[in-house]
Design a protein around this ligand. Structure first.
Ligand SMILES: Nc1ncnc2c1ncn2[C@@H]1O[C@H](COP(=O)(O)OP(=O)(O)O)[C@@H](O)[C@H]1O
Ligand SMILES: [Mg+2]
Length: 361
């Protein structure tokens, strides 16, 4: 066990600093936070506190690497990210917009919103010392188009890291809450484009580890991500009710046979057990508490009032961007009052030079 650097300790909030000095906090730091590229899979049924654990994990990782959050576009999931202590940069495709609303008003100070033309450009839009949010899921009218965008995103990431042409983002963590829409496991394989997206994303995502990119993903079941991905996710955060039978070391933590060890069904939703790549947890026999995020009561109250508003679709560009064909505006019920345009004096000339009688003269 090594000591924490004073530089790192200085970046932590008070609760984190205290945790960093406990056995379980140190285990989490040494076996996860301080290892770039070490992936983590957060598992537990709905309501077991998965999203909250992801915010917690982000609050640790933000001190040492760039944070990229792939939004599920549901349940105002991104709102608590605005209270981690860093500015937020929302990256959304061109022709779409994302606005944080406080009631009917736009919330101020509003996060930066960066519009990108292609999935590749999203990697160039990442800002240092920010929480970067990819808002791609609600940006497409056609679901296949959003998956295609995700395929391009991960293909660019893997190809560019391999070729050394990636913008300087690493080390970085890519968070995916409710990951099923991006990478589907064995239970949802009857849908062509999803299967294809899952395969390509998994293949690419598993390549990026050695370049300092990690995935932190959450799903309800172990089998919700493809086998190739779950075999390569070394660390786990088991939330209340996590039930994993397929993997021996995790089965042993979810359903221990050792007397006195807590089963995951006995965990509370403010608790979880972090299991490292060797199958070890500290303490071994029980979960540890995780703070409710955001940590300040006033921020939590504000969070409840804030909503995310999505407008537009990248695959349905607005009319203004297309050439205008109509010279006269649609006047609706006022059209009868409009003065008709002057009748043209010039006769129609056919392309053969003949004057064509329009039948009215
Ligand atoms: N650490 C915690 N402390 C207290 N309550 C919590 C904590 N984590 C989650 N909760 C409660 O549980 C609810 C569900 O948590 P959430 O993270 O949304 O779960 P999931 O993403 O698994 O559905 C939250 O709305 C919150 O009220
Ligand atoms: Mg959730």
């Amino acid at each position: 066990m090594r000591g924490e650097s004073p530089v790192f300790l200085n970046k932590l909030d008070e609760g984190q600093r205290r945790a960093a000095l406990t056995g379980h906090g140190k285990h989490f730091l040494d076996n996860f936070v301080h290892i770039s590229g070490e992936h983590c899979y957060v598992v537990g049924p709905t309501g077991s506190g998965k999203s909250n654990k992801l915010y917690g994990v982000a609050s640790w990782l933000q001190h040492r690497e760039k944070i990229i959050w792939i939004s599920s576009g549901k349940d105002n999931e991104i709102i608590p990210l605005m209270f981690l202590g860093k500015p937020v940069n929302i990256i959304t495709p061109k022709y779409t917009d994302v606005e944080i609303m406080n009631g009917r008003e736009r919330y101020e100070p509003h996060p930066t919103v960066t519009h990108v033309s292609t999935a590749d450009d999203a990697w160039w839009a990442i800002k240092k010392d920010h929480i970067n949010i990819f808002e791609f899921r609600n940006a497409f009218w056609d679901r296949a188009a959003s998956l295609q965008w995700m395929i391009e995103l991960f293909t660019a990431l893997a190809t560019w890291t391999r070729l050394g042409t990636m913008p300087h983002i690493a080390p970085a963590s890519i968070f995916i809450d409710e990951s099923k829409w991006v990478v589907a496991g064995t239970r949802v394989t009857n849908d062509g484009i999803r299967v294809k997206a899952s395969e390509i994303i998994t293949e690419n995502a598993m390549e990026i580890r050695s370049y300092g990119f990690r995935l932190v993903i959450a799903a309800q079941d172990f089998t919700d991500v493809p086998p190739a991905m779950r075999e390569n996710l070394p660390c786990f955060i088991l939330c209340s009710g996590a039930d994993i039978d397929e993997n021996r070391k995790l089965r042993y933590h979810c359903n221990p046979s050792v007397p006195g060890w807590k089963r995951s069904t006995q965990f509370k939703r403010n608790e979880a057990k972090f299991v490292d790549r060797y199958g070890n947890a500290i303490p071994q026999d029980r979960p540890v508490p995780w703070p409710l995020m955001p940590k300040k009561e006033e921020d939590r109250l504000l969070c409840k009032r804030l909503k995310v508003k999505y407008t537009g679709y990248h695959d349905k560009p607005p009319q203004e961007s297309e050439p205008q064909e109509e010279c006269f505006p649609e006047l609706g019920r006022f059209s009868a009052l409009a003065i008709p345009p002057q009748k043209q004096e010039v006769s129609n000339i056919s392309r053969f030079g003949q004057v064509i009688d329009d039948g009215q003269t």
